[in-house]
Design a protein around this ligand. Structure first.
Ligand SMILES: *Cc1c(COP(=O)(O)O)cnc(C)c1O
Length: 407
């Protein structure tokens, strides 16, 4: 294995693919081999089963059942949530699919802040994903709260020590991304959650780049609240409904700010006042998009079938391989690694930094290699365990090497 990894030949990449237990999953997706796709952490590939599932839902269910479809559609947000739960280390009845990550983040953050009304501070980090930062800023402005901004190492991400340094009993909520969208640094969910709880604060974790790429362990670590996307590593499709997680022990206590009829105890009694049930249903709002849920379900099923431990093992192997190629081919031509070198501290993408990252990204895309540019100087190489092959990584990074060679 080590010998194979040390080799930068195309044959070595093919050998890694032959030995990869998840390799057969590539056949379960629509994959055009002319393209090296390094952006499945932004929009996952199309599962081969999704078009037929959508066809069944559209023609068979919507077309034939019409409004009677709601007899089974109503259960879908929680059914798919229960299917997703094991990938997050959550339990049945703790996960729902609804709305977007941004909206769910807002709703759960409000619920957490309301549960700690006497406290005045929110802790997050400057490199956090923009939508999270903006929602936090908006809530802080509306409520006159203080934001304690962490300034962690840009590659290694926020550590336990960064968080511990700003915690006291005025902190209502600590909220971070589990895997940073730029560097892929993993924030230590266990120790940071425990430290927040020690001062009586609640945690909201954004799992957008963690769900379907690393094991999360929400229940095991007593996590209060979490949100995340299903269109990244979970391959749910563009704009697929996001998920939200509320620990069972908090469900009866927490409220969210949008009192919609899907969060009502007996929805179709059309009753006079809002009276939410004491469970995950109170975190639903309005009519769910059934086509999006069906597509999300197809993607989630594939990750569940593969198993999160196998997914994690492949994610580490792929990122280690990409870093080996980076060190051999790219670093001598002026790049540096923008991700942690310790695989236990890294999610399933790697950031490659170069002063001309923006132009290099455009040139890669023109050559059929699709990464993402991330400000200010990162080429983000997403390596999705179910859909990226070692040979694909080899092909894509060869193109970057050639571009650097030709200046
Ligand atoms: C991708 C991503 C989002 C996206 O939120 P949307 O509401 O789906 O646009 C949010 N947070 C993080 C950390 C992300 O990586």
């Amino acid at each position: 294995m080590t010998e194979t990894l040390a080799s930068t030949s195309r044959e070595a990449a093919a050998a890694l693919d032959s030995a990869d237990p998840l390799a057969p999953f590539r056949d379960r997706f629509v994959i055009d081999d002319a393209v090296a796709y390094f952006d499945a952490n932004s929009l996952g590939r199309l599962p081969a089963g999704t078009p037929a599932r959508l066809e069944r839902v559209v023609r068979g269910e919507w077309g034939r059942e019409l409004v009677r479809g709601w007899d089974h559609w109503l259960a879908l947000p929680l059914e798919v949530g229960d299917r997703l739960a094991p990938l997050l280390g959550a339990s049945t009845g703790e996960v729902a699919l609804a709305d977007s990550t941004t909206v769910n983040f807002y709703r759960l953050l409000v619920g957490a802040l309301d549960a700690r009304r006497e406290r005045r501070a929110i802790v997050t980090d400057r490199p956090n994903f923009p939508t999270d930062r903006y929602v936090i800023e908006g809530l802080a402005a509306a409520r006159g709260l203080e934001i304690r901004w962490l300034e962690p190492d840009p590659i290694e991400g926020p550590t336990f020590a960064d968080v511990a340094a700003v915690l006291d009993r005025d902190v209502a909520v600590v909220t971070l991304s589990h895997v940073n969208y730029r560097s892929a640094a993993i924030a230590d969910l266990a120790s940071i959650t425990a430290a927040a709880h020690d001062v009586g604060a609640l945690v909201v974790w954004d799992l957008s780049h963690a769900a379907g790429s690393i094991p999360v362990g929400l229940d095991e670590n007593d996590v209060d609240l979490a949100v995340g996307c299903t269109y990244k590593y979970l391959n749910g499709g563009p704009g697929a409904p996001a998920f939200l997680v509320v620990a069972a022990r908090l469900q009866a206590e927490l409220r969210q700010p949008i009192w919609g009829w899907f969060g009502q105890r007996d929805q179709f009694a059309m009753g006079r006042g809002y009276d939410p049930p004491p469970d995950i249903r109170r975190f639903l709002v309005g009519t769910p998009g059934i086509l999006g849920l069906a597509a999300a379900d197809e993607g989630i099923r594939l990750s569940v079938e593969a198993g999160i431990d196998a997914i994690r093992a492949k994610g580490i192997a792929l990122t280690e391989y990409a870093i080996a190629l980076h060190d051999a081919w790219l670093a001598p031509r002026g790049t540096t690694l923008g991700s942690p070198r310790d695989p236990s501290r890294r999610g399933s993408h790697v950031a490659i930094r170069h002063p001309q990252a923006r132009g290099l990204t455009a040139a890669m895309i023109a050559s059929g290699v699709i990464p993402d540019f991330r400000e200010p100087d990162s080429i983000r190489i997403g390596l999705s365990p179910l859909t990226t092959s070692f040979e694909e990584a080899w092909r894509g990074l060869s193109v970057l090497r050639e571009l650097l060679e030709s200046g």
